[in-house]
Write a protein that binds this ligand. Structure first.
Ligand SMILES: [Zn+2]
Length: 249
């Protein structure tokens, strides 16, 4: 179906890169088209009125004109600028990571409204929380769930037996936890003590408001982060090999 010559959309800017003398190419996430790339002409000129509205993770209202390679941003108006994130380096770093994750997990022109909502929710939470790491782990688990890669934390992914409260193992390759019988000595499986597994299950299964109440030591937080980072890396590597992965949802 032919697109209108001019159209409007809301979008969250995921990233941008310079193009030509004064232009920028923007990668955005939109409610109706999923990820879509736009060209913003002249935004690197000091007098550009659009520039301030097209910063990473800005929620923006765009007026676009159909272009040959990329549609052109003709007007940009901030819906919400996430100012508290920009005023705090640590918050900003986490916000960049959320935008990067959405970019990495999605294909262009594959609308997924829940991911759009999740991104906005995640950015809103990062503005206020004093638990940036925990909020980011919650976001990772939600993203994995919505993308069809929810890790299994309750049954051994090899034998299906219910996981017992002992030290078990996590296999990024198999996408879940292994009982001691199947995890011990297995290459690339990470040991997962009872406490770590409980925390992962809790964050995965509880609403954010509950999960945010968890009080975790730095060591525990790093352990959870490592398990999820390992798994996300694995999912993204697999995804690169099968570009149409998302369509099996
Ligand atoms: Zn097993």
């Amino acid at each position: 179906m032919a697109r209108e010559r001019v159209y409007r959309t809301r979008a969250v800017v995921l990233k941008r890169r310079d193009h030509g003398e004064a232009d920028r190419i923007l990668t955005t996430y939109t409610p109706d088209f999923g990820k879509r790339v736009f060209l913003a002409r002249g935004v690197r000129k000091p007098a550009s009125r659009k520039a301030g509205h097209l910063e990473p993770f800005t929620h923006v209202n765009l007026l676009l004109a159909k272009g040959r390679t990329w549609d052109l941003v003709t007007q940009a108006e901030t819906v919400y600028g996430f100012r508290p994130l920009r005023e705090d380096l640590d918050r900003a770093a986490h916000a960049y990571y959320l935008a990067e994750l959405i970019d990495a997990f999605t294909e262009e022109e594959d609308a997924h409204i829940e991911l759009y909502d999740l991104l906005l929710a995640g950015l809103r939470l990062l503005e206020k929380t004093d638990k940036l790491a925990l909020t980011t782990r919650w976001f990772e688990l939600e993203l994995l769930k919505l993308s069809g890669f929810q890790p299994e934390f309750f049954h051994c992914v090899e034998c299906g037996d219910e996981i017992q409260p002992v030290t078990n193992y996590f296999s990024a390759e198999l996408g879940g936890v292994l009982c001691p019988r199947h995890g011990e000595g297995r290459a690339h499986a990470i040991a997962l003590d009872v406490g770590a597994l409980k925390v992962l299950r809790y964050i995965q299964s509880q609403p954010y408001e509950q999960a945010e109440r968890l009080e975790l030591t730095d060591a525990r937080m790093r352990q959870i982060e490592r398990v999820l980072a390992d798994y996300i890396r694995h999912v993204l590597e697999r995804k690169l090999k099968t570009p149409d992965f998302i369509h099996r949802l």
